[in-house]
Write a protein that binds this ligand. Structure first.
Ligand SMILES: CC(=O)[C@@H](O)[C@H](O)COP(=O)(O)O
Ligand SMILES: NCC(=O)COP(=O)(O)O
Length: 246
């Protein structure tokens, strides 16, 4: 079963921000990705706006609404009041909550679903009242899934960084794939759909897809943008669509 591909535009925005110039266009590259068959776009507007700027979001929302109405917008971030008000203004199809400290270089861990349940429960209720699908960033830990389900999330997004970084070393990759697979198995039993993301590439996706054949969605940015510099965005999206079973 193919996984949907959501193209993360963070790295495109990082390149755009190097100069006070409007290129590369975040919306323009998003359009090329959707024209090539991507199922959606993902952004992670961090508090310091190091890459995606809050001002990018209305343009990306309008791109999907006006030109690709069957595609989805996924906004990731830590559920601060500012973030929640931003997503309530933009109204994405999916919100992916990530436990990132503003000072983090990147996302590098999932939620402590039990220890942070008091923070997450009212946030999830607020987001679902607005009609958003809620996904929670999750480590490859099957034991946390019951608590994630109890919080009434719709999905978990498996943090695939530890796997992505060692996929070319079979001894290291095999146990990481199995931890991801067992967590996905637990999520399936609990009735949670499973997304995945972080450091995924054309090379490491196939083994993940074989272990988790019902993966609902992968959101990919860094590796996809690196390939787009070599193959162009349209051809790169087609390569990643094939790698996740489309
Ligand atoms: C949640 C996750 O793993 C990534 O989507 C994250 O958005 C990457 O953030 P940076 O692009 O800022 O590294
Ligand atoms: N949720 C993962 C994502 O959106 C992109 O992660 P990466 O491919 O930039 O590592």
């Amino acid at each position: 079963m193919p996984a949907k591909l959501s193209v993360n535009l963070n790295a495109v925005a990082m390149l755009r921000n190097r100069r006070d110039l409007p290129w590369p266009s975040v919306t323009g590259l998003g359009r090329i990705a959707l024209e090539a068959g991507a199922h959606g776009l993902t952004v992670h507007p961090r508090p310091d706006q190091r890459h995606i700027r809050f001002s990018d979001l209305p343009d990306l929302r309008a791109l999907i609404d006006d030109e690709f109405p069957s595609c989805e917008f996924n906004i990731e971030g830590y559920p601060s009041e500012d973030f929640l008000e931003l997503v309530e203004r933009i109204e994405p199809e999916q919100v992916t909550l990530v436990p990132d400290d503003p000072a983090q270089a990147t996302s590098d861990h999932g939620w402590d679903f039990e220890g942070q349940g008091g923070l997450l429960e009212p946030v999830i209720a607020r987001l679902k009242k607005s009609g958003f699908r809620v996904s929670l960033f999750s480590d490859a830990e099957p034991g946390g899934i019951a608590a994630a389900k109890a919080l009434e999330a719709d999905r978990v997004e498996l943090y695939t960084g530890p796997y992505g970084g060692c996929y070319d070393n079979p001894q290291k990759a095999a146990p990481e794939i199995e931890k991801l697979g067992k967590t996905a198995d637990a999520a399936r039993v609990a009735g949670l759909a499973v997304n995945a993301g972080h450091d995924l590439t054309v090379a490491n996706l196939p083994a993940l897809m074989r272990r988790i054949p019902d993966l609902a969605e992968v959101s990919i940015g860094h590796g996809l943008t690196a390939d787009a510099l070599e193959y162009g965005m349209a051809e790169t999206v087609r390569r990643f669509l094939k790698a996740c079973g489309n």
